[in-house]
Structures are given as C-alpha cells and as structure tokens.
Design a binder for this molecule. Structure first.
Ligand SMILES: Nc1ncnc2c1ncn2[C@@H]1O[C@H](COP(=O)(O)OP(=O)(O)OP(=O)(O)O)[C@@H](O)[C@H]1O
Ligand SMILES: [Mg+2]
Length: 371
C-alpha cells in the first residue's frame, strides 16, 4: 500500500501546500513594515477547515529564512489570563531557546502573579498586575532576550475564538492593543497574527468595537479549481498515481474549494486506487461515501460530547435505530426522557457541515435526521 499523501485532519500542514500567495505576501509586507518600526497586526479568519492554521504554519516556515525574525506559534486553549501567560512564555522559551527557569524568576520579580509550573508559586505575595501591564512586561522581557540588532518578534496565536467564551479573556484584543502600542513606542517591534473562526469579528466587534482597531481582519477564502488540481496532482504524481479529471472536478465541487474537505476526499480516493494506479469515477463513488461517513461520525461525536444527558438519550436512540427518520411519538415512547422531547430536540438542531449539506443525507448515517 502506498503512503497516502493527504490529510484526514485539520491542524497539520499538507504534503503539498497550494495557493495563498496574496495572504503570504500581505503577511510578509506587514513583517517588513514592523521591522521599519510600524508594526501591523492581522486576524486571519474563515470557516472550519479553510486553512487558517496551515497558513500560519506556512508563514512561520517561510519567514524563518529571513534575518532577525523570531516567529512563535501559540495554539490557544480555553483558560484564564494566567493560562495564556503560561502558554505564551512556554512557547516562546521553546521556540527561541530561552531557559524557562530564568523566565519565571524574572517574571515573578516583575510583579506578575503566575503559578509556578512545578507547583510552588514563589510569587504569592506579589500583587496582581492588570493584564495589559502583564502582557507588556512579559513581551518586553521576551523581546529583550532576542539577540539580534533590530529583531522582529512575531506572535502567531492560533484559534482566538477558544478564549472568546470567557468574559475576562474575551477582552484580550483590547488588552493586547494597549500592550502592543506601548511596546512599539519603546522601539520594540512586535507583530501579532491570529487566526479565528468565521464569526470571530462579530464576537469581537459586538463587545469591543473600536477598541480593536489595530487588528486588521483578513478573510481566508476557498481554493480555486486550479489550486485544488495542483494540491491533488503534485503529491499523487510523486507516487505514480493518477486521478481522472472528472474525479478532480467532483472533489472540487463537493469540497467547494475548502481544503479540509478536499484533503479528506482526496485521502479516501487515494485509498481506493485501482490496480492500474488510477482513480476513476467508480473509485471516487466508493471513496466519497467513506469520506462523508468520517465527517458524519466526527460531527456526531462533537455533538454528543456537548449534549446533556436527556439529549444523549435521543442521540443514542437515533444511533441504534435502523430508520432514517424517527417520529416524535417514537422518540417520546422509547427514549425514556423525563419530559416532552421537544426542548431537547430543539437544542439538537445543528448546522451541518457544508459538505454534508451539499450531498443531502441520502447516504449518510441516520444521526443527521434532525437537521
Ligand atoms: N493551501 C493549502 N493547500 C493544500 N492543503 C491545505 C492548504 N491549507 C490547508 N490545507 C489542508 O486542509 C486541512 C485543513 O487545514 P487547516 O487545519 O489549516 O484549517 P483550519 O482553518 O485551521 O481548520 P480549523 O477550523 O479546524 O482550525 C489540513 O489537512 C491542511 O493540511
Ligand atoms: Mg486551525
């Protein structure tokens, strides 16, 4: 079996990265401006699987060849400000090869109260500083550790939406704005790039409005047909496999140019390669059913994990039944709920992923009956 060049998951660089020239040029332009003392800050946003993380990784890879530049990728996770400081310090010290112990000592002497990783906190008596000051001090200290003459520190925050659910950390952008402006005034060139979900700017603008004016939104769009062609044909050529043109067209149409769906479809097509090392429409048909099932199962798992006990009873009933559609009375009689099913059913209605919507639910698992 040939080694499959495509990716079934998000969050990893593809074996062949395609397109995004404009985005990469824009990012490099901002880097140059930052180096000249006029920093720019960008928020790359777009739907799930559009390629935000990969773009960040690609930029990090390309910019690493430039002089005096220090890119650090920080994958955000839910938590409070202390978690964000910790994450930032750990990632910076890893990427920049700075000794962590020194960092913690200096930080506690700066009056920032961060629990020490080893369990002992030697900053207990120190009063808490405001997050804007804490960010400024931490970043300033990291920046001062950089060895070149006029360094540019590039912070790459992945998945900003993860910290937007928390009332405290959702103010991160206005806080960072204060810190970044102060640092710039002190001649420290720091560029900030974040990725966020499609609705991130709604979330931010609703609550903070003009407080985040230094962060420029940049919408990441789908790949074009020729980019999808390139992303598929280059890696398969290296493995002596060919996809019929019709197959590539189908993949493009089904995926709508969204790299995540394109990768899953191409992955399953590659798995079906026939004895002549080809993928024809016949192989594509088998592969697309498999891909849609992978996606359906993933969506189901996410939905199940977020559901209440009552909602889970309905989901289990749906998963166990052979029917495509379950009637209200069937659910009421068989799910053993504590109350009428209507409230739980209502909260189970979800927006299906694009790929599933386009295909209808004919060949999907019954878990999607409640769309
Ligand atoms: N320019 C590209 N060319 C080819 N494949 C790509 C490209 N960009 C992303 N991919 C692939 O598409 C998939 C999704 O990409 P990525 O994880 O970057 O998306 P994302 O927008 O960060 O997703 P999420 O919303 O889950 O965070 C990955 O498998 C990745 O390897
Ligand atoms: Mg991502």
């Amino acid at each position: 079996m040939k080694n499959n060049p495509f990716r079934k998951r998000t969050g990893i660089l593809p074996s062949h990265f395609t397109g995004r020239e404009n985005e990469l040029n824009e990012l490099k332009e901002i880097y140059r401006s930052t180096k000249n003392g006029v920093p720019g800050h960008l928020i790359l946003y777009g739907p799930k699987g559009i390629g935000k993380t990969s773009l960040l990784l690609k930029f990090q890879e390309e910019i690493s060849h430039f002089d005096d530049v220090y890119p650090v990728k920080i994958p955000l996770i839910e938590g409070d400000f202390e978690d964000i400081y910790t994450l930032m310090i750990e990632k910076c010290s890893d990427s920049l090869g700075i000794n962590v112990n020194h960092f913690w000592e200096e930080i506690s002497s700066l009056g920032i109260n961060i629990p020490f990783i080893g369990g002992i906190s030697f900053s207990r008596e120190i009063p808490k500083t405001s997050p804007a000051i804490a960010f400024e001090k931490i970043l300033s200290m990291i920046y001062d550790k950089l060895e070149s003459n006029n360094p540019v520190l590039i912070l790459l925050f992945d998945d900003l939406q993860r910290i937007m659910g928390n009332d405290e950390t959702m103010k991160i952008l206005s806080i960072l704005q204060n810190a970044l402006v102060e640092l710039n005034l002190k001649g420290k060139n720091i560029m900030f790039v974040a990725t966020g979900s499609e609705d991130i700017f709604y979330k931010i603008q609703d609550k903070l409005d003009s407080a985040v004016r230094i962060f420029e939104p940049y919408l990441i769009g789908p790949l074009s047909y020729s980019e999808v062609c390139e992303a598929i044909t280059i890696p398969i050529k290296e493995r002596n496999v060919a996809f019929e043109e019709e197959v590539i067209k189908e993949i493009y149409e089904l995926s709508d140019g969204i790299p995540y769906y394109m990768q899953i479809l191409a992955y399953s097509c590659f798995e079906e390669t026939n004895e002549q090392n080809k993928v024809t429409i016949a192989e594509f048909k088998k592969a697309s059913t498999y891909s849609l099932n992978i996606l359906a199962q993933r969506e189901f798992k996410v939905l199940f994990s977020k559901s209440t006990t009552e909602e889970r009873k309905i989901l289990c009933l749906m998963a166990e039944s052979d029917e495509t559609i379950l009637s209200y009375s069937y659910i009421k009689d068989n799910a053993h709920l504590n109350s009428e099913p209507s409230a739980s059913l209502k909260s189970l209605v979800i927006e299906p992923p694009l790929l599933l919507r386009r295909r209808g639910f004919a060949n999907l698992k019954k878990t999607y009956v409640f769309f």
